[in-house]
Design a protein around this ligand. Structure first.
Ligand SMILES: [Ca+2]
Length: 454
């Protein structure tokens, strides 16, 4: 071995010695508010480290200024006997958080905002959360000083929620970034994902809030989630929308039931910057199942106000919606609503909507079936341009649809939905259960593809 090689080897060994093993840093003494405004420096955190919150009942948590790396994120996690609970307002701010994973959190009887994310935050994961009986926003990704200027740094980006359950919720969305103004360009969100999450028993006492409200949000994915009992009990006005916002969303393979509101209510926009205005800058709602919903269609396509577009410095323009392969079963009248209006599949309040390969079964189940009525689309603001409605099937009752059961919603062997979809939709290759979308001669109508031989 030459001298140069020896030197290189020595440098390598020295480098390995410097790359210390990840640390586990324990914080918390079992009670109080855990507050670390300069967490990385105070706790001497390095990429790959884990902060572990000791068992106890805490009122809140604030951690700011933490930066991991893509390869070595910093993890904040809890002991299984750690719970956050409070009946008084807390300031739980998370400022400048990047490449950070929050895992195994439990909030119970949490009567204030749980996590408020601000500053230069991006690449954040929330995984394995149970939030039971909460009020105010659970996750609020919002900073009034963060105004979009065409750069990615002026947005919140790469946020993901996985296996988060919010059960029992009043007065405030579970996940939101909004101040409800579209034109002010504040807190633009890019590439958010909500996966395998559960939202149930959401009822607001005074005002309607959705489970998920994301405005100026581009390329949101919501999939494999479950929404149930939304706006059914206490709400004075119903209309607790499951997912609402502006931007473009992909919402697929979800289940919705007993919700007094739309599954998705969208103000479709693309962002004319950073590549969020290409051919995929479209709202896509597919492979979803919705049953026993109250009033309101599954999907509502709106038109962003011209005043909001005018104040957006040219960054926002309107976008289209595509509604494919959904199953709607037994839409119901709202219990204490005087309105005869129950629910079609889609509300169309603006142009550029495509509705194909959906199945509607026993629509408006509380009144007699009317063979002349359009149960697929409702044009509440009159006819709209560039609307394509093709190849959807409506059945007056469950038996004529021929589905197997109201758990799987799979088509039986003799169902008329079998192989009834013409052609293929390029981006849809799987069905509601992530199985092949094109079994047999063609795709089946509705969210679930029947298996050959079954
Ligand atoms: Ca088929």
């Amino acid at each position: 071995m030459g001298l140069a090689a020896v030197a290189a080897l020595a440098a390598l060994v020295s480098g390995l010695a410097l790359a210390a093993a990840p640390q586990r840093i324990v914080i918390g003494t079992g009670l109080g508010h855990l507050r670390y405004p300069d967490a990385q420096a105070t706790l001497k955190l390095r990429p790959g480290d884990t902060v572990w919150i000791a068992p106890g009942r805490y009122s809140g948590l604030s951690l700011s200024n933490i930066t991991g790396t893509a390869e070595q994120p910093i993890t904040i996690t809890c002991d299984p006997d750690t719970v956050f609970t409070t009946s008084t307002p807390q300031s739980n701010e998370f400022r400048n958080i990047a490449f950070v994973r929050f895992e195994n959190f439990r909030f119970e009887n949490y009567k204030c905002r749980a996590m408020w994310i601000t500053g230069a935050s991006h690449d954040v994961l929330f995984k394995d959360f149970v939030i039971k009986d909460a009020s105010d926003y659970c996750f609020y990704v919002y900073d009034s000083a963060k105004v979009f200027d065409g750069t990615k740094a002026s947005t919140f980006y790469n946020f993901r929620w996985e296996n988060v359950t919010v059960d029992g919720k009043v007065n405030g969305a579970s996940i939101t970034n909004t101040d409800y103004s579209i034109g002010n360009l504040k807190s633009v969100a890019l590439d958010f994902e909500i996966y395998k999450c559960t939202f149930k028993n959401h009822d607001n006492g005074a005002q309607a809030f959705a489970a998920i409200t994301l405005d100026k949000c581009f390329n949101l994915h919501v999939h494999e989630c479950s929404f149930s009992d939304i706006g059914m009990a206490k709400s004075p006005i119903g209309h607790n929308v499951c997912i609402v916002g502006s931007g473009y969303f992909r919402v697929y393979n979800n289940r919705f039931t007993r919700q007094w509101g739309n599954d998705v209510r969208i103000f479709p926009m693309k962002l004319n910057a950073l590549g969020y205005n290409g051919p995929d800058a479209v709202n896509r709602f597919y492979n979803n199942i919705s049953w026993e919903k109250r009033k309101y269609p599954m999907y509502e396509h709106n038109q962003v106000r011209q005043a909001d577009l005018d104040s957006s410095s040219g960054y926002f323009s309107r976008a289209a919606s595509e509604v494919y392969f959904n199953t709607l079963y037994r839409s119901r009248r709202a219990a204490d609503s005087g309105s005869a209006y129950v629910a079609t599949l889609v509300d169309v309040y603006g142009p550029d909507v495509t509705v194909k390969h959906n199945v509607v079964i026993e629509p408006e189940a509380d009144v007699a079936f009317d063979a002349k009525r359009d149960y697929v689309c409702h044009f509440g603001a009159g006819p709209q341009g560039r609307v394509v409605v093709e190849n959807n099937l409506v059945f007056r009752d469950w038996a004529s649809a021929g589905l197997v059961d109201t758990e799987t919603f799979a088509p039986g062997a003799a169902s008329p939905v079998r192989d009834a979809a013409a052609g293929r939709v390029g981006y849809i290759t799987k069905d509601h259960y992530n199985q092949n979308r094109y079994e047999g001669a063609a795709a089946d109508i509705g969210a679930v593809e029947g298996r050959v031989g079954k």
